[in-house]
Design a protein around this ligand. Structure first.
Ligand code: ATP
Length: 891
């Protein structure tokens, strides 16, 4: 076991009084002050008998956050705010503080108050923080609870993360500084450790993190991140002489980040980190990169509105059955692969389960009985395991042997490898099953845990205790007969143990050697020397049996804990089998196909569907659509069409299909070919991000700049109505220039949904631009959405028809039509005029600030006002006012 700081008594050592007269007495407040000093910025729960007391500012904070009464300790000059929570119900209070961003140090009584003379020793036994929670009840079973640490050196950085509730520890290979916030967003840590000097060394990053994570950041002194300290901690934790075995070089920044994280984990857990066994290397270069905005736009794990899981891609495709599988599924979705071989390796595993419905069903019915082995192991390591947990562990491991038999004849390498990695741990299962009774109690110190036949000593003690009970029954019968007291009963209470109870009406028969102990309303209670003598024997046997059970339980616990590496390895394999079988289940029930994934440039999807909308709209038939993108003739697709037609749905489904293909999954299409992408970027114009304190349009442009600077020819870029957040002409001008830039300079595969139908003219001049539109059937001046993507652009937005569908008054609609006719006549040749002025091929590389000079004639005030009307958001009253204003301007 790696040496960690054991709970230490914080009782300050007795000091000599200044007068030299001898030792001064340590007071309880001395102990508290010492604990507070040790706890740093943590709130101290200070154990005093049946309560945890909080003092000073801790009490004030707790009173405010928890709504508990604030009292005062002492009066006058010594007065100090004080608040308390009962020991029995402390967990919910503690967790509420932790959830609110506080840290809590639990300071326990370290010696038994009954046997201690004077003041009991006290010591901090654990520090609970958001990133180090291991209590199952407090965690979402299907997501990880990461404690992360960030290390920055110049332009390079690394992020390490540890989940103490499952034992997973990982660190990124060195990253470019610009990628750090995305990587942290992917990990979504519950707590992030950051060196205190970051605001000086990387001020922009520090500010961004502060905005994103706020109270989830824990600032740590820089020495915790030093290579020297980190190497010491890591080598000690993993019991290795070098980290090369994990793929890390001592010089990697990852070492510093991981060292800082594990140092903190050990500090807070005070031991109990035995289940952190290895450090995984995350090479983000191997993964398809999804930045934060893309993850959010694509609603991968939660919806944009309401942040709910229901309605996310994860929810639509996750058919895993175990919590471990659920967590792995989530990880896979957030880190799709880039390496074709690895993608195909996984996909074949899925295919085997799709092709073998019986195999899938059998495997899944076995997995159905598997509990959260990783979190059970974490409990084992942190010493909080009880007999029920061990039974749950053995119950879960028991399926490994039949599972191996089931997948014995598999052909896919993925399943074969996983089957080989499954360890049945037969001896662990047998030991637990043999040692622990079938339905043990929650507590491990009160007996009733260990099965008969495990220890002859224990059996003997139990015999005595059991016999004792029979003896007492006999004693009761004899006494009734001998003294003629028919109502005599034997009872037990914790004050004076076993007693004889005689109804008031029969006390006259009581012999003189009965000693009266208690008088009740209708009865008297007595003890006798004979009864007490036997009671001692019985009780002693019971106590000793309980102690012995506890010892046996602990020995079993240690035996199982020694196998943690094997158990965790098996848990991981089970999780992966669960994910593969789950993806197959989704593929089979949702009619997905196996995509062809290769290193080429083509994305060709036949009858693609949106996995989430399809799953959510059960009563509507989803209209499938094709997508073809490559890097020659079809690198940029411009999609036009009315509002509500399905443009956004179409471009997003393309991104989701590519993403699913790259995690190794089947995809919602009749066929698909995916040339792997290095990154997917998705942006929606005017995405509301006021919470980050930037204007909507500014955010949109910052994100566009990020795409233009980071997308490569291997990327997939999906843009939805970019440019909408500013005036029409500015927006159109920007959208136009962005398409040109994507086509000429970035050359990433791009889909651009827009209402600026002028953009469709770009396809005439730019070889890689093609137009798509969404078919609409017009009927009697009404429109019907067909949701079908067709080749070619449209020059109609049908905004006015949509407004009419929405109930905008007829008079206004009529006027809007008139206005539209005028505008359209005026701007008919707008696209042609812009194209004439195109600078080929480097138009987009104009120096910043240089005007595009798109428009020869300054629009009139009337035109400007008209252009700025947003029909969708105009109320009837505003429309009438606008009409009046327009009329005024036209005079
Ligand atoms: N292929 C489809 N099959 C069936 N229903 C669809 C399809 N595509 C879209 N829809 C439905 O149409 C709705 C609107 O789609 P979407 O938001 O993609 O339209 P849009 O053209 O982007 O609209 P806007 O321009 O107003 O943003 C969706 O919520 C969905 O209910």
């Amino acid at each position: 076991m790696p040496p960690t700081s054991p709970p230490t008594a914080v009782t300050p050592s007795p000091q000599t009084s200044p007068s030299g007269s001898g030792k001064t007495k340590v007071t309880m407040m001395d102990q508290f002050n010492a604990a507070k000093k040790e706890a740093g910025d943590a709130i101290v729960f200070f154990r005093m008998g049946d309560f945890y007391e909080l003092f000073g500012t801790d009490a004030e904070v707790a009173s405010r956050e928890l709504g508990i009464a604030l009292t005062s300790r002492s009066k006058g000059a010594d007065a100090m705010p004080m608040a308390g929570v009962p020991v029995k119900s402390m967990e919910p209070y503690l967790m509420r503080l932790v959830r609110a961003g506080f840290k809590v140090a639990v300071c326990e009584q370290m010696s038994d108050p009954r046997t201690t003379k004077g003041i009991v020793d006290r010591g901090i036994v654990r520090v609970v923080t958001a990133g180090t929670i291991t209590e199952e009840d407090e965690l979402d079973a299907r997501s990880s609870n990461y404690l992360a640490a960030l290390m920055v050196d110049g332009k390079r950085a690394s992020v390490a993360y540890v989940d103490l509730s499952t034992g997973r520890a990982a660190a990124s290979a060195d990253l470019d500084l610009a990628r750090v916030t995305d990587e942290i967003a992917r990990i979504a840590p519950a707590e992030l450790l950051v060196p205190e000097d970051l605001p000086r060394t990387a001020p922009d990053l520090a500010e961004a993190l502060q905005l994103d994570l706020g109270p989830r950041i824990t600032w740590r002194e820089p020495w915790h991140f030093s290579r020297e300290s980190a190497l010491r901690v890591l080598k000690d934790q993993f019991r290795v002489g070098t980290l090369e075995g994990f793929g890390f070089d001592d010089q990697d920044l990852a070492v510093c980040a991981a060292g800082a994280a594990i140092d903190y984990a050990r500090e807070t857990q005070r031991g109990g980190c035995d289940h952190l066994l290895r450090l995984e290397k995350i090479d983000t270069g191997q993964h398809l990169v999804l930045d934060r905005a893309t993850r959010s736009c694509l609603e991968l794990t939660q919806t944009q509105r309401g942040a709910r899981r229901e309605g996310s891609l994860l929810d639509a495709i996750d058919s895993t059955l175990t919590p471990m599988g659920g967590r792995m599924m989530r990880d896979w979705l957030l880190s799709p692969l880039r390496d074709v071989e690895r993608i195909v390796y996984r996909q074949r595993g899925v295919a085997e389960f799709v092709d073998g419905p019986f195999l899938r069903e059998d495997v899944r019915s076995l997995l159905n009985g598997v509990l959260d082995i990783e979190r059970l192991v974490a409990k084992l390591s942190t010493g909080r395991v009880n007999a029920r947990d061990l039974n749950a562990l053995s119950g879960s491991l028991r399926i490994v042997t039949p599972l191996r038999t089931k997948i014995a004849g598999v052909y896919s390498k993925a399943l074969g490898d996983l089957s080989d990695a499954l360890d049945p741990l037969t001896e662990v299962v047998e030991s637990i099953d043999m040692t622990i009774v079938e339905s043990p109690p929650m507590t491990i110190k009160e007996g009733g845990v260990i099965a008969a036949g495990i220890s002859s000593d224990l059996d003997e003690l139990r015999q005595i205790a059991g016999d004792g009970k029979a003896w007492m029954a006999r004693f009761q019968g004899d006494a009734i007969e001998r003294y003629g007291i028919p109502g005599l009963k034997i009872g037990f209470n914790s004050v004076f143990g076993y007693y004889l109870e005689v109804p008031r009406g029969q006390v006259k028969q009581v012999p003189t050697d009965f000693v009266r102990k208690q008088t009740l309303k209708n009865a008297e209670r007595y003890i006798t020397p004979e009864l007490k003598e036997f009671e001692d024997k019985v009780l002693r046997a019971e106590e000793r049996a309980k102690d012995m059970e506890y010892e046996i339980f602990n020995a079993l616990k240690d035996q199982v804990a020694a196998e943690i590496p094997r158990i965790l390895g098996t848990a991981r394999s089970l999780a992966e089998i669960d994910v593969l079988a789950g993806l197959a289940q989704t593929a089979a029930t949702q009619r997905y196909c196996a995509p062809t994934v290769d290193g080429g440039d083509t994305i060709e999807i036949k009858d693609g569907r949106h996995p989430v909308i399809e799953a959510m709209q059960k009563d509507v038939t989803f209209v499938p659509n094709d997508t073809t993108l490559d890097r020659k003739k079809r690198s940029v697709g411009i999609i036009t069409g009315p509002n509500m037609a399905g443009k956004s749905t179409y471009i997003r489904q393309t991104a989701l299909i590519v993403l699913l293909a790259q995690i190794g999954s089947f995809v919602p299409a009749s066929s698909a070919k995916v040339g792997v992408c290095d990154r997917i970027f998705t942006r929606i114009g005017s995405a509301d991000d006021l919470s980050r304190g930037a204007s909507t349009f500014m955010v949109e442009m910052v994100e566009i700049a990020n795409i233009l600077n980071n997308a490569s020819t291997k990327s997939l870029v999906v843009l939805d109505e970019v440019g909408r957040g500013t005036s029409t002409f500015d927006g159109l001008a920007l959208a136009w220039a962005i398409v040109e830039h994507m086509h000429d300079v970035v050359r990433a595969r791009t889909l651009f949904a827009t209402h600026y139908h002028q953009l469709t003219e770009l396809s005439d001049k730019l070889t890689g631009v093609h137009n798509l539109s969404v078919a609409v059937r017009e009927w009697d001046d009404e429109i019907v959405f067909l949701h079908q993507i067709i080749e070619g652009g449209t020059d109609r937005s049908y905004g006015i028809q949509v407004a009419r569908l929405a109930g905008v008054p007829d008079a206004l609609i009529g006027r809007a039509r008139e206005v539209l006719r005028d505008i359209e006549t005026d701007s008919d040749d707008l696209g042609a005029r812009i194209l004439q002025k195109r600078h080929v091929p480097d138009a987009a590389l104009l120096p910043p600030g240089m005007q595009l000079g798109l428009f020869d004639n300054e629009p009139s005030q009337l035109e400007k006002t008209l252009a700025e009307i947003d029909v969708e958001s105009t109320t009837p009253m505003e429309a009438l006012q606008l009409l009046a204003k327009l009329k005024e301007l036209s005079r």
